[in-house]
Design a protein around this ligand. Structure first.
Ligand SMILES: C[S@@+](CC[C@H](N)C(=O)[O-])C[C@H]1O[C@@H](n2cnc3c(N)ncnc32)[C@H](O)[C@@H]1O
Length: 344
C-alpha cells in the first residue's frame, strides 16, 4: 500500500531536504529525559496514583516472570525503565542502550538509587557485545521497533539468551480503533540547535515518520521557540488543531533553518510480534496481558478504598500472578513472551 504524505511533510521534503537518520541520533540523544519522571526517583511512590500503581504491577509481573534468573538484560533501557526498578527484585541486571546520553542518565539514576547490582553499557541492540548464551532473561520495552533493524535485534536477543532463557517484549501499541493518521509536534534544544520535531503516525497498518528541523539558536529564534512551547503546553501538540504549530511557524521562520533529518518506524502489533518471534525459533510464544493493563483497568475502583501501601502492593502482586496466566487477544497490543528452546 503506498504511504500517505501530509502537507507539512511535503513542505519539509521540498524546503529542508532532510537526510536519513535514526531514533537515537535524531530523538533520544536530544531529549533531556524520556518519561515525564522516573518512577521512584523524583517523587516518592504513591500507589493511589494510576501511573505508580500500574508501574508497580509491571515491576512485579517482570520479577515473577524472571524469578530464578541470575542474569537479566534490559535492551534499550533508556533512563532506566524497567531496569532500575527490576534491580530490587533480581540478583544482577544489565542495561544497554545505543544512546550515550540515555546511558549517562540511567547511570546517574542508578547511583541516586544506591543500586549496586546494575551494569550499564552503551551499545546497539543490533550488535550486542555479549557472548552467545549469556543471559537467563531478556526484557525489551518499546525499543525493538525504534531500532533501524528490528529483525536483527531479535536475532541478537536470541543469540545472547541461554537455552531455556525467557524473553518478554513490550511495544508501543497502535490504536487499533483509530484510522488514518495523527500528527504531533515537540521541541528540543542543544547548544548548537533548536529542534522542531514533527511526527506523523499512521494507525492501520501502524507506522510513523519522524522529522527533525534544526534552527540556528539566535536570540530571536529562541524567543520563537519559547512562544511555540507555550502554545503546545496550552493548546496541545497537534498542528491540525493549532495551525500556528505547523506550516505557519515553519514558513515564517524558514530563514533560520540550518538542516533536517528524518527516520521511519514500522510499529509491531501483538500478532506481528508473536509471528516474528516464532519465525526466529523461539518456543512457547504467547501474547499475555500485562499486569499494568489490568492495574489501569481496576485502579479507579481500588483507589479511594483506603488501602495501605502494603495492601496496594499485594494487589499489584495479585494482578501480576493473574496476568501471567491470561492469554490476550492478538489485537490487544499486549506484550509477547517466548522461550529460547533447550536445543536450537
Ligand atoms: C521509547 S524509548 C524506551 C526506553 C525505556 N525502555 C522506557 O520504556 O522508558 C526507546 C529506547 O530505545 C533506544 N534505542 C533506539 N535504537 C537502539 C538501538 N539500535 N540499540 C539500542 N537501543 C536503541 C533509544 O535510545 C531509547 O532509549
Amino acid at each position: 500500500m503506498p504511504k500517505t504524505y501530509s502537507e507539512i511533510e511535503n513542505w519539509i521534503l521540498a524546503e529542508v531536504n532532510p537526510v536519513l537518520s535514526n531514533s537515537v541520533d535524531q530523538t533520544y540523544e536530544r531529549l533531556v529525559r524520556i518519561r515525564a519522571r522516573m518512577p521512584a526517583i523524583d517523587v516518592p511512590q504513591d500507589l493511589n496514583r494510576e501511573e505508580d500503581f500500574s508501574e508497580e504491577a509491571v515491576v512485579r509481573e517482570l520479577a515473577l516472570y524472571f524469578q530464578g534468573c541470575e542474569q537479566v538484560l534490559d535492551v534499550g533501557c533508556g533512563d532506566g525503565w524497567p531496569l532500575l526498578r527490576l534491580a530490587n527484585h533480581l540478583p544482577q541486571v544489565t542495561g544497554i542502550d545505543a544512546s550515550t546520553r540515555r546511558i549517562a542518565v540511567a547511570t546517574e539514576n542508578a547511583r541516586r538509587l544506591g543500586l549496586k547490582n546494575v551494569t550499564l553499557k552503551q551499545m546497539s541492540a543490533t550488535e550486542l557485545a555479549f557472548g552467545d548464551n549469556t543471559f537467563d532473561g531478556v526484557v525489551a520495552v518499546n525499543v525493538v521497533e525504534q531500532t533501524p533493524e528490528p529483525y536483527q535485534v531479535l536475532r541478537e536477543i536470541y543469540r545472547v539468551l541461554k537455552p531455556g532463557g525467557r524473553l518478554k517484549i513490550y511495544f508501543e501499541a497502535g490504536n487499533d480503533t483509530e484510522k488514518g493518521t495523527t500528527e504531533r509536534v515537540f521541541l528540543t534544544e542543544t547548544d548548537i540547535s533548536l529542534g522542531y520535531h514533527y511526527v506523523l503516525r499512521h494507525h492501520r497498518p501502524p507506522w510513523e515518520r519522524n522529522y527533525l528541523i534544526e534552527f540556528t539558536p539566535t536570540p530571536e529564534m529562541k524567543e520563537e521557540f519559547r512562544r511555540l512551547q507555550e502554545l503546545i503546553d496550552r493548546l496541545g501538540p497537534v498542528p491540525a488543531q493549532v495551525p500556528e504549530l505547523g506550516l505557519e511557524f515553519l514558513t515564517r521562520n524558514r530563514s533560520g533553518i540550518k538542516g533536517g533529518t528524518w527516520y521511519e518506524i514500522e510499529h509491531f502489533t501483538s500478532e506481528t510480534m508473536r509471528d516474528t518471534v516464532e519465525e526466529l525459533g523461539f518456543t512457547d510464544v504467547r501474547i499475555v496481558y500485562s499486569a499494568g493493563t489490568l492495574a489501569r483497568r481496576f485502579q479507579p475502583q481500588i483507589a479511594g478504598q483506603g488501602l495501605s501501601p502494603v495492601q496496594l502492593q499485594a494487589v499489584c502482586q495479585g494482578l501480576a500472578v493473574v496476568s501471567a496466566e491470561i492469554n490476550a487477544p492478538s489485537a490487544s497490543g499486549e506484550p509477547v513472551v517466548a522461550v529460547k528452546p533447550e536445543r536450537g
